[in-house]
Ligand binder design. Structure first.
Ligand SMILES: *Cc1c(COP(=O)(O)O)cnc(C)c1O
Length: 367
């Protein structure tokens, strides 16, 4: 069986270094907000190319903290709206509604599967304060046009970089392209911890300090609380593990890119749509999505051939029970993607032989 994602094998590749890091934390006697977290924040900020990184509990918290901090700083108010792609993981939307803000869904470009820059302007209203782009599937969603639209309209640009650690646009990493970015270190992401973890990156020192305060109970001085905060921190064990895995991230991403390139070159089946090719730097292949009208048949054919696949994601946010208010409009491009998407296995530990097996099974399928 070719698994969809073999996390055990991914971490086993660095087992000695990871164990050394975990034992170091156990022996230190310091488990939350210590040396490992500070060092990881410095190393991650320098990797992304931003002035500040703030560790937090997970990717959803990272997104939520950014918007909450902008509210505390008076740059966004409850009832304002935030533009976000209609085809995204629910977390992007949850961070917006959790803050009492209104998600303004924008359709993706059907060939890149990323927010359509040409449809952003028509979604801007007087109370729109920010654009949240999502580098979905590991592919850069930023374009110069998006940067210009935000500049021209005075909109904050927030990146959801949960799926694209290491991705590059014009020499700059995603996570350093806007005003602030959220990162998730959920085990299955390109940079994955051994549990939950997240971070915010930004060049804005005031935003960074506000997020740090909110994430630590609203305290900027021990037992003194300037804001009604939350508890969302990156613990020392996760930070130590992430420091190990960050050193190998570019190398792991290069392996993903190689497999992605082979899929792009060799998958040839008129019943299957591949995404448009991207600039080689601008995709770290967190997932490899293909579109297919008879998705269920393709999935069971691949399963019969010993290949596990997943759907990202079967139901779009505007069709989720928790968001009846988003269900009053149709988003046909989004709906089509969610009805047809299948993710093929891709990971730094996938063998060339497995990649060939997958390509042959995909190319052979005809019903
Ligand atoms: C994983 C993910 C998140 C949330 O990250 P968690 O660490 O699981 O909270 C947010 N946005 C996107 C696009 C994701 O894929």
């Amino acid at each position: 069986m070719i698994p969809f994602l073999d996390l055990k094998k991914i971490n086993a590749a660095y087992a000695d270094e990871i164990k050394e890091a975990v034992y170091r934390v156990i022996d230190s006697g310091w488990y939350v907000l210590g040396e490992e977290c500070s060092r990881f924040e410095e190393e991650y900020a320098s990797f992304i190319g931003s002035s500040h990184a703030i560790g937090c509990g997970n990717g959803l918290d990272a997104l939520t903290l950014i918007l909450r901090a902008y509210k505390e700083l008076g740059m966004i108010s409850e009832g304002d709206s935030v533009i976000v792609p209609a085809n995204t993981y629910i977390a992007s939307i949850l961070a917006i509604s959790e803050n009492g803000l209104i998600p303004k869904l924008v359709e993706p470009d059907p060939s890149t599967l990323q927010i359509d820059p040409h449809k952003i302007e028509e979604a801007i209203s007087p109370r729109c304060k920010a654009v949240m782009i999502v580098h979905l599937y590991g592919r850069c969603a930023f374009t110069e046009k998006i940067g210009e639209i935000c500049q021209k309209n005075g909109l904050l640009l927030i990146e959801d970089n949960a799926q694209a650690h290491g991705c590059i646009f014009n020499g700059k990493r995603t996570g350093a392209l806007g005003n602030a970015a959220a990162h998730s270190f959920y085990p299955g992401k390109n940079l994955g911890a051994l549990g939950d973890g997240g971070a915010v990156t930004t060049d804005d020192p005031v935003l960074a300090k506000t997020i740090r305060t909110i994430a630590n109970y609203g305290s900027d001085k021990k037992y003194i609380f300037s804001l009604k905060g939350i508890n969302s921190r990156l613990d020392e064990i996760q930070a130590a593990v992430l420091r190990v895995k960050l050193r190998h991230l570019d190398c792991d991403n290069a392996k993903r890119k190689k497999i992605g390139g082979i899929y792009m070159e060799k998958i040839a089946n008129p019943l299957i749509e591949l995404p448009a090719p991207s600039h080689p730097d601008a995709n770290v292949f967190h997932l490899f999505p293909v579109l297919c009208e008879k998705r269920d048949n393709l999935m069971s054919h691949l399963l019969q051939n010993g290949i596990a696949t997943l759907i990202h994601y079967p139901v779009p946010p505007h069709r989720q029970k928790c968001y009846p208010e988003l269900g009053t409009r149709n988003y046909p491009v989004t709906q089509r993607i969610h009805d047809r998407e299948i993710s093929l296995p891709i990971s730094p530990v996938q063998t060339e032989e497995d990649t060939e097996t997958i390509i042959n099974a995909v190319n052979k399928w005809n019903t």
